[in-house]
Design a protein around this ligand. Structure first.
Ligand code: MEV
Length: 419
């Protein structure tokens, strides 16, 4: 067995790290060279963004077309390896253009920082003691980030909760154009000694909550029955009810929403995991009997058209973190003409709704496999060993046979080289 202990790995150059993997027989020299080549342009940046870097993992970056959000057209860069996500997004957005595209509402960009206080026997008295210090708490928070205050953000509210044996202090902070994790974590840490003094307890964790439910975005669209068919309207309404009744279905319904949201988040350098955590935690309160439920729902308008709505937390930013440091993220924001976190949040919510509509449209119609597998055929051809123009030839042949499998791709490849 190869030991995972490689002393000083982090101090090596990228090339030396690759060599260390070759020496241990984990990669061939040719494979290491390929990884080195992959990182030729983005390697230095990757080194600065992460640790122990050996190369970069290229994910396709595409642009979804046809989307209108609040009356303004927007081209949406999406980074995803999943076939058919961007095509589905563009088709779903086109189908609601005649009815005005997507309209949105967004809360102020408020994040929650949590401070856990342990070791208290008189929780109610400690709660009152902390609540009485709201003015001082606001001052400490705002002093941590004068620039944020200057831009119109900063402390907004204090909430103190009793959670089991703990007192949990929530700082509600308007983070303006940032995702806000750094800003609110700094405030929570700065307050800790004072909270210990005021409460008489011991501070434990000091960190943001990813259940960013003070930062919700709502998006709504209408798809005309004449565009998608009256039967499709019924099919999507029924799919929506299925998700509302069944958490097993709701998880997949929401996964389809996040296909779009995570792809835009990745393209713009936002924290995809924070968004996923927030969305699913929020979904855990949306179902029947307040269990896990769908983030979106659909119904029929008086005219017989389909309406769809989505509501979810949206902790995205355009300053700080990889958003600023990653040149591709900067270019993605430029393509979108996004100049505020508010606009980005609205566009991302719109993408989630449209992505979901397109998945339900496929599922309520012919099923997703035909379209999906058609696009997936190229991946299968590559896995079977096709290169260059062979990829398209093998993919087309599999689609024509309606057999998109690796063994079929290999057989087509072998026939091609025999001929
Ligand atoms: C696949 O990535 C996403 C879907 O499963 C979403 C859904 O079922 O609604 C198609």
């Amino acid at each position: 067995m190869t030991s995972s202990r490689i002393a000083g790995f982090h101090n090596l150059s990228r090339e030396a790290r690759l060599n260390a993997l070759v020496t241990r027989g984990l990669l061939s020299a040719a494979e290491a060279a390929e990884l080195g080549l992959e990182a030729a342009t983005a390697g230095a940046l990757a080194d600065n963004l992460s640790e122990n870097v050996i190369s970069v993992m290229a994910v396709p970056l595409g642009v979804a077309t046809n989307l209108t959000v609040d009356g303004v057209d927007v081209l949406v860069p999406m980074a995803t390896e999943e076939s058919s996500v961007i095509a589905a997004m563009s088709n779903g957005a086109r189908a609601c253009r005649a009815s005005g595209g997507v309209s949105t509402e967004a809360d102020a960009p408020c994040m929650i920082a949590q401070v856990q206080i342990t070791g208290l026997s008189e929780l109610t008295a400690a709660k009152a003691a902390v609540e009485a210090r709201e003015g001082e708490i606001a001052e400490v928070c705002n002093a941590c980030d004068p620039m944020l205050v200057k831009l119109g953000g900063g402390f907004r509210a204090l909430e103190v909760r009793i959670c089991g044996p703990f007192l949990v202090v929530h700082l509600i902070i308007d983070v303006r154009d940032a995702m806000g994790a750094n800003a609110v974590n700094t405030m929570a840490e700065a307050l800790a000694p004072k909270l210990e003094r005021w409460s008489g307890g011991t501070v434990g964790l000091r960190i943001l909550s990813n259940l960013a439910d003070r930062r919700l975005v709502r998006a709504r669209a209408v798809w005309r029955a004449e565009e998608i068919g009256a039967q499709m309207v019924q099919g999507i309404v029924s799919a929506s009810e299925f998700a509302a009744h069944d958490p097993y279905r709701a998880a997949t319904h929401n996964k389809g929403i996040m296909n779009g949201i995570s792809a835009v988040a990745l393209a713009t350098g936002n924290d995809t995991r924070a968004l996923e955590a927030g969305a699913h935690a929020f979904a855990a309160t949306r179902g029947q009997g307040a269990g896990y439920g769908p983030l979106s729902r659909y119904g029929q308008t008086a005219e017989g058209d389909l309406w769809g709505e989505i509501e979810l937390p949206m902790a995205v930013g355009i300053v700080g973190g990889a958003t600023r440091a990653h040149p591709t993220a900067q270019k993605a924001l430029k393509i979108m003409r996004v100049r505020s976190a508010d606009r980005l949040a609205r566009v991302v919510a719109a993408v989630g709704l449209i992505q979901n509509f397109s998945a339900l449209r496929a599922l309520a119609g012919e099923g997703i496999q035909r379209g999906h597998m058609g696009l997936h055929a190229r991946n299968v051809a590559i896995v079977a060993g096709a290169t260059g123009p062979e990829i398209e030839r093998v993919a087309k042949a599999m689609i024509a046979r309606r057999e998109i499998r690796e063994d079929v791709a290999r057989a087509i490849l072998a026939q091609g080289s025999a001929g």
